[in-house]
Design a protein around this ligand. Sequence first.
Ligand SMILES: Cc1cc2nc3c(=O)[nH]c(=O)nc-3n(C[C@H](O)[C@H](O)[C@H](O)COP(=O)(O)O)c2cc1C
Length: 149
Amino acid sequence: MTAITLIVGSVYGGALQTARTIRKELAAEGHPVKVLEAPRIADLAADDNPLLVCTSTTGEGEVPPGLLPFYLDLREQMPMQQGRPFGVIVLGDSSYGDTFCGAGDLMEEALLEVAARKVGDTLKIDALETTEPEAVAVPWVREWLARLP
Ligand SMILES: Cc1cc2nc3c(=O)[nH]c(=O)nc-3n(C[C@H](O)[C@H](O)[C@H](O)COP(=O)(O)O)c2cc1C
């Protein structure tokens, strides 16, 4: 059993629905998942669970408004997360070109800066390729879980 904290950023609900499906699937397999739909920096201190980010991209490669306070506080306050495992699932749309899945890159950078440890490659889900992000995300999360220390 591995408890996970899932940090969500979503504008239109795709990433949120993906996160909720992940929680449901993993709970059925005995892994409790805490979904933070409006994450705050203080949530990081509540436990030492591995962190999974599931966010979409908005603006020009930006983090959704609901995740922005967490992101900005992470950058400004830099609460060290030495060695804490994390993974990134990011939704985007490749028609946005250079900013494709930019929110995932921002979250990765910010977490690496506080010394968290990335596990697995970022899963980038392209809205042009799939309308069911959860169908791609759930198998990815199972593999990610297996790679956790
Ligand atoms: C106003 C707006 C701006 C967007 N900007 C980007 C972007 O810069 N890069 C990207 O990869 N996707 C961008 N997207 C695409 C969304 O990230 C994508 O549709 C995603 O699946 C939405 O997930 P959500 O329902 O959780 O918000 C943008 C979408 C909208 C509506």
